[in-house]
Design a protein around this ligand. Structure first.
Ligand SMILES: [Zn+2]
Length: 119
């Protein structure tokens, strides 16, 4: 499954951060493009499975889907393509080029708050 491979690489990146910060990760936000759709449920499930017995266990995974973007040729505006009505929101032109779909990226890792009040 695609999602299992994605979950595995996410965990690897997060664990590297964990080692550097010596903090417990509590959540992560990832984003991916419209065409690069991963199944949210499958990914969360795969993530939980690979996170088991690691510092990532119990993390919350949020997945944001970025709309497909295009650049209008006449006016140069970059806009999110509405597939039911694909045209430039500024000049109403339908002469545009699609931009490469957003890759799946790890946007943010949240760590447990600083526990400097210890002792
Ligand atoms: Zn335009």
């Amino acid at each position: 499954m695609h999602e299992a491979a994605v979950a595995q690489s996410l965990i690897e990146v997060i664990l590297q951060e964990v080692e550097q910060r010596h903090a417990k990760p509590v959540g992560a936000t990832i984003s991916c493009g419209e065409l690069n759709k991963v199944n949210d449920e499958s990914l969360s499930f795969a993530f939980e499975a690979v996170a088991r017995d690691t510092p990532c266990e119990g993390m919350t995974l949020r997945i944001e889907h970025k709309p497909l973007q295009a650049r209008c040729k006449p006016c140069g505006r970059v806009f999110a393509v509405d597939v039911s009505n694909p045209q430039c929101p500024d000049c109403r032109s339908e002469d545009f080029e699609l931009l490469p779909d957003a890759p799946l990226v790890l946007d943010e890792i949240e760590f447990e708050g600083p526990d400097d009040g210890e002792g």
